[in-house]
Ligand binder design. Structure first.
Ligand code: GAP
Length: 463
């Protein structure tokens, strides 16, 4: 543990491990291997109906917190393929690389820094191929950006790169957005979307993939106020995870050591989550960096455009400093799944204790907010059950499910984190009331259909 790492006062309380989460995601079609009928494809993953809802809810809540509820942050949706000189200015063409060695026998490639770390050495001396003990070549830098060509001619003049982060568009568009929206420093620009990195060792399910989603915000501040704003955003971002249900003891703040800082950063702090899997442990969910005026000055130098902000009150121009909370939407989705996973003992209909798996997701993240479950498939119940479904579905993502026994349907809804199940039974035909079951307490309330929407609205937060 680095001397700058926050001491944890309580041991982490994560109950799931990677095989458990992967199994649950596969069984319920939440996340599964891409191109599975072809045997899957290189650590690429598809988000099924439930996974799509969950990930969208993570992103929606980030957008609500970072843009909708703030007067000083606006949104952006920029092109993924940007002018190639963007990556020259940002330093990605030169610096965004990992050192690789190749085995002369089996031709497998390895990260040189990882091999040295594993061997507890600062040089490659004496280290052989971990696969076949063959001799290794000298390290060569391997750029992590995906390169492609714009247009039909595949020559260097048409080379473009898939963005490896969403951040750069916020610097490139900084003045356009500031002027057209009449913004005054301090203000932020937020963007979420896909990023691509040709990771040498993707793995741990969706923790590290070559195609992933980021949620980034660049907050432009007056130089001198940057350190206070940096602390402000560290506290805010930590709060976002805990307010959405991640237990505090499973999160920590880690300060980057001097030699670990990126070329643009004055100070960087990571929000880490405790994944109890051996190859992860405490691992980064989000980096919060003080990027100084590095990026605006770098783009100014390469584009030749003056990117200074004009402060009307002081009648001066300057390059703002930038505080950047940079999170992964796909990685956060994984952390929310881990933290919500519980196995509990619960009484069944005749009072016998049974174990149940329940995803205690914050309802704002749950894929479905409501499940409408007619007690039986009998035609007599269907019209009323559909009426109840229609009432709910216009307000919340609602599932209608009439297959299997009611017990099994409750178990399925617990396992996918649905906060409320609404059961329509034969009495409902007489009293026009339904039974509402709460996922966490398993308490059941009988509620008139006329009051159903009000009852649920009181308990489901706006998202
Ligand atoms: N603009 C700064 C930046 O991109 P980063 O620490 O490289 O910083 C930010 O990335 C976040 O993006 C990480 O904290 C992580 O959550 C996510 N991320 C980065 N690479 C990833 C990958 N290969 N797979 C999944 N998520 C990734």
């Amino acid at each position: 543990m680095s001397e700058h790492t926050e001491p944890t006062t309580q041991a982490p309380t994560v109950e799931a491990d990677l095989p458990t989460i992967v199994e649950l995601c596969k069984k319920r079609g939440i996340i599964f291997p891409s191109s599975e009928i072809y045997g899957g494809f290189r650590s690429q993953w598809d988000y099924g109906p439930l996974g799509t809802e969950l990930k969208e809810n993570v992103k929606r809540h980030w957008w609500r917190t970072m843009v909708q509820l703030r007067e000083d942050v606006v949104g952006l949706d920029a092109a993924i393929l940007m002018h190639p000189r963007v990556w020259e200015a940002s330093g990605h063409l030169e610096n965004f690389a990992d050192p690789l060695v190749e085995c002369v026998e089996c031709h497998k490639r390895w990260r040189a820094d990882h091999l040295m770390e594993d061997a507890g050495q600062t040089t490659l001396e004496g280290i052989t191929c971990p696969g076949c003990s063959g001799e290794l070549t000298d390290p060569k830098n391997f750029n992590l950006m995906f390169k492609t060509f714009s247009g039909p001619v595949e020559d260097e003049g048409n080379a473009v790169w898939m963005r490896p982060e969403t951040a750069q568009a916020m610097f490139v568009d900084f003045l356009t957005i500031q002027r057209t929206n009449r913004l005054k420093v301090p203000f932020g620009i937020a963007q979420l979307g896909k990023s691509f990195r040709n990771e040498i060792t993707p793995g741990n399910f969706v923790f590290r993939t070559r195609e992933f989603e980021q949620m980034e915000m660049e907050f432009f501040v007056e130089p001198g106020s940057d350190e206070d704003w940096h602390q402000f955003w560290i506290d805010e971002r930590l709060r976002w995870y805990t307010e959405l249900g991640i237990r505090r003891e499973n999160l920590r703040i880690r300060e980057h050591d001097e030699d670990e800082l990126s070329h643009y950063a004055k100070r960087t702090v990571d929000v880490e989550y405790y994944f109890p899997d051996s190859s992860l442990g405490w691992a980064e969910l989000e980096g919060i960096a003080n990027r100084t005026d590095f990026d605006l000055k770098a783009h100014e130098a390469v584009s030749g455009q003056d990117l200074r902000y004009y402060d009307q009150v002081a009648d001066e121009r300057y390059h703002p400093y930038v505080i950047e909370p940079a999170a992964g939407a796909t990685r956060a989705t994984l952390a929310f799944l881990y933290d919500a996973y519980r196995v509990e003992e619960a009484p069944d209909a005749d009072g016998t204790l049974q174990s149940r798996t329940v995803l205690k997701l914050d309802p704002r993240l749950s894929p479905y907010k409501v499940a409408v479950l007619p007690l039986s498939k009998k035609d007599t119940l269907t019209p009323l059950a559909k009426e109840v479904y229609d009432l709910c579905k216009v307000r919340w993502m609602t599932e209608y499910d009439e297959t299997q026994s009611i017990g099994r349907r409750y178990r399925r809804q617990d396992e996918i984190g649905t906060p409320f199940c609404v059961t329509v039974d034969f009495d409902s035909l007489e009293d026009r009331a339904v039974t509402i079951r709460d996922r966490d307490s398993m308490r059941q309330d009988r509620v008139a259909i006329d009051r159903l929407v009000g009852y649920l609205a009181e308990r489901l937060p706006v998202c």
